[in-house]
Design a protein around this ligand. Sequence first.
Ligand SMILES: Nc1ncnc2c1ncn2[C@@H]1O[C@H](COP(=O)(O)OP(=O)(O)OP(=O)(O)O)[C@@H](O)[C@H]1O
Length: 307
Amino acid sequence: MTYIARTIGLTKTYGAIEAVSDVSMNIRQGEIYGLLGHNRSGKTTLMRMLVNLVKPNKGEIELFGEKLSPSTYEILKRIGSIIEYPLFYDDLTAWDNMDIHCEYMGFSDKKVIGTMMEQVGLKDIGRMPVGEFSFGMRQRLGIARAMITTPELLILDEPINGLDPAGIMELRDLFKRLSSEHRITLLISSHHLGEIEQIADTVGVIQGGRLIEEVAMERIREQHHEYIELCPTDIRKAVYVIEHLLGLSNYKLVNEQTIRIYDQDVRPSILIADLVRHDVAIESFFKRVHSLEEYFMNLMKGDRNFV
Ligand SMILES: Nc1ncnc2c1ncn2[C@@H]1O[C@H](COP(=O)(O)OP(=O)(O)OP(=O)(O)O)[C@@H](O)[C@H]1O
């Protein structure tokens, strides 16, 4: 397993506040890692430590397999980040802003500006002053700027905050493209469960500075699919009919009264009709939809700050 970034027991305190508490996170190469947590849960502090803007009190950070130290410089060039609100010279065009940034970075290949502007969908409006940009356009320009050095890891703190639905959709597509077409690893923080759920391959849930969960979305989806639960009057007969006459094999006996059917293409009304047709009476029945939201809500113990 190749990890592009790892933290081991990372802790940062500000006076009496433990902003980040014993966090061990693992970001795999090429994935979109969603860091989910409500306000003041420690997301920004964690990200700032990853790029050496804040020094941890305890713990270690490994980037591209190398241990980060206060004097690390070279490996940080392989990372692009927007951790603060991206600032630009508003009177200058997007293109000029990018150009100035290239000079500042000592980066000579300006052709790359065009490529980056195209990737974030701003090529045609590169000559427009940034002051006339919408919030979403500024965010995209910020991402283009963070990508100018073609980073392998892109760290974005709450990039969709304040965007309208169209802007959110555009950024979501951009993130997916950066990950799938350009093989860039992304670490994205958000307090929007729905957003993280849609884009992330791995989700890290941070609460009160602690990483309380780190899990592949695929695993959560596998574990939380829907099922039909029914209590027939004669469970043996019901099992016989379900297995031999209806050909369903993905079921489980929960106890002596209850059966759960996990086959996803079974329509409840048709199942009941089929069972009744084979003389199996049903005493109770319900369809369970265990949503991802429910999973995370349980994890956060009903923390309603998530939307
Ligand atoms: N420079 C600082 N000095 C003192 N306390 C700080 C500092 N930076 C962060 N904190 C505190 O650390 C905790 C975590 O803050 P952090 O900004 O990392 O959380 P966050 O999840 O990014 O929240 P938000 O989305 O509101 O920025 C908060 O209680 C915050 O007040």
